[in-house]
Design a protein around this ligand. Structure first.
Ligand code: GDP
Ligand code: MG
Length: 204
């Protein structure tokens, strides 16, 4: 229909995390608006979200995507938000080694504050910048494998793999919901509460 209305069957909260400058805001803008505003400084004050409804095998899955900022400096700000997140996209910048080295610290945070069964995916962003690239694909894959995470390489600039990453998250979330028996209209909140202490990572 393309009406752009906000009809959906099920909704999830997805949070973007990672060092400042890795491209979280740009990734969200790319996914939501299909645009990349080169050189434009998009400041995110505290925490902000955008909604997008995806069709996942005939089901309308709404992702409420939370863009975090400043938590790199004021980490405590987002701790409360971790608890509510159904999925986390953890980003580093393939042109910035420090952002890759910090992934371990982010995972420690996540293990401490997020739901144990949170759907988690590691993203290496800015793969369009081949010249400046310092983190190899194999390095990203190796780290992801160590933690049992799916890994994808994205570019908010060209859009490569951006829709794919969010769709993969939506599919994984939907599949998990489908495993919960016979309650068509249960609340996600209850779903999350009802989950036992499952595996830390998504199995993909
Ligand atoms: P955030 O702090 O994680 O939200 O990062 P931003 O989204 O604000 O992006 C930080 C900088 O990286 C900006 O100058 C963006 O233009 C740039 N940037 C973000 N994503 C990409 C990308 O995929 N490729 C390239 N080349 N630059 C990017
Ligand atoms: Mg930002």
């Amino acid at each position: 229909l393309g009406g752009g209305g906000d009809f959906y069957d099920i909704a999830f909260k997805v949070m973007l995390v990672g060092d400042s400058g890795v491209g979280k805001t740009c990734l969200l803008v790319r996914f939501k608006d299909g645009a990349f505003l080169a050189g434009t400084f998009i400041s995110t004050v505290g925490i902000d979200f955008r909604n997008k409804v995806l069709d996942v095998d005939g089901m309308k899955v709404k992702l409420q995507i939370w863009d975090t900022a400043g938590q790199e400096r004021f980490r405590s700000v987002t701790h409360a938000y971790y608890r509510d997140a159904h999925a986390l996209l953890l980003l580093f910048d393939v042109t910035n080694k420090a952002s890759f080295d910090n992934i371990q610290a982010w995972l420690t945070e996540i293990q401490e504050y997020a739901q144990n069964d949170v759907v988690l995916m590691l993203l290496g962003n800015k793969v369009d910048s081949a010249q400046e690239r310092v983190v190899k694909r194999e390095d990203g894959e190796k780290l992801a494998k160590e933690y049992g995470l799916p890994y994808m390489e994205t570019s908010a600039k060209t859009g490569v793999n951006v829709d794919l990453a969010f769709t993969a998250i939506a599919k994984e979330l939907k599949q998990r919901i489908m495993k919960v028996p016979s309650e068509p209209h249960f609340r996600l909140h209850d779903y999350v509460k009802r989950q036992g202490r499952g595996p830390f990572c998504c199995q993909s």
